[in-house]
Design a protein around this ligand. Sequence first.
Ligand SMILES: [Cu+2]
Length: 189
Amino acid sequence: MEIYYNIIIIYLIFIFFILFFLSYFLFTFWTSKVIVNHTLEFLFFLFPIFLLSLFLLFSIKALYIREKLFGEIYSFKLTGNQWYWSIELKDKIINSYILDFNINYNLRNIDTSNHIFIPVNVPSLIMVSSQDVIHSVGFPDGGVKVDAIPGRLNTLEIFRYNSGILNGYCTELCGPLHAYIPFQIEFIN
Ligand SMILES: [Cu+2]
């Protein structure tokens, strides 16, 4: 959180200097001394460089914090296929298909044959990839979304306090049955 306060302070300094120079020019006479002032010109050149360097410093830090994985202890791989998801946990691969909506379903086009299980109160890491085309793990109930790209491993971090089943969908048009590959994540105690 500290980083955000620092950035706010830099913004405040920035705004202060803008207002300072604005008022300086507004309330002083336009003498040649003000119009041609090499020291001021040089400062105008130097000061933004200094400010941008500060932004860079904190932004890079924020980027690295964002990418850092904070001690995940539960992880599995979720692979998109045309048109089902496969869940790879340790050496087991389980496929999650949509339930036939003519025969057996509880929620139409949402229920799947195999749920993804994630323990509650455990920082979890989902590794997302694809077998064929680009899919996307859209998990609006959990507020996360990441693309499943063939040949690339994306990650998704999930931490949840409550148990229950939440629904997710493929959110990248991936073929004729794109609308029929939901997945369900069941958070268990
Ligand atoms: Cu898809």
